[in-house]
Design a protein around this ligand. Sequence first.
Ligand code: PGA
Length: 257
Amino acid sequence: MTSKLTIANWKMNGNLEQIRNLLSQLFQDTAQIAHSREKVVICPPYCYQSFVIGRLAEFGWQLGGQDCSRYTSGAYTGEISAEMLKVIGCRYVLVGHSERRQHHHESNALVRQKMQQALKAGLTPVLCIGETLQEREAGLTLKIIENQLYESMAEVNTEQEFVVAYEPVWAIGTGRVAGIQDITQVHQHIKSLLVQSNPLFESIPVLYGGSVNGQNAREILSLGEVDGVLVGGASLKADEFTTIIAAAAQTNEKINL
Ligand code: PGA
């Protein structure tokens, strides 16, 4: 097992002043925590990326994009290519986040193209999948997860890295976290689907996301099936995000013993 990843998805939040303060506070509060710095990733809005990379570089944390275009370049007003993210200093990019699937009607086929672009640019895509409440209540969770995973996963070379994030749609931004048993079951399912698709995918990290906060992070991160967390709301609060990083650091310490 490798060290657990902690990814912050700031979504469309913050102004420069708030971001400056948040990062200063986070660096100060986490300085004494012996955490794997390259395993903390911040995904800010595009316009703040060059500012954030300057600050992260001194601290050793990584930069990520929240999305990328399915195209390489061209007349696509408002789009940002995976290559552009790479050039500015990103190492990761989220693809298929449920807010993109929901508000921008992104299909599995489209997400697959984005993942392909990310891999081509040398980024590590974080492929987000998850069921809606309706699908869960209809008993369709595992089937939906299988369809989303297989249909939105691009072809991957053996030397390329990617990450999967399980984010039940009903748990995102709602304060309603999935139960420990549900997380364990879905993560086991994703891991077995990955291995069925390619035995080399045994080591692909599977993260959990959806209302992760300072209170529940420790329990979620202690699960063997959970290789990290994708955090929205709580990543904008220095105290909460520090507690989450501390929880990941503590679990990583145990793994590395
Ligand atoms: P949340 O968001 O932590 O606010 O639920 C998670 C996400 O959207 O990635």
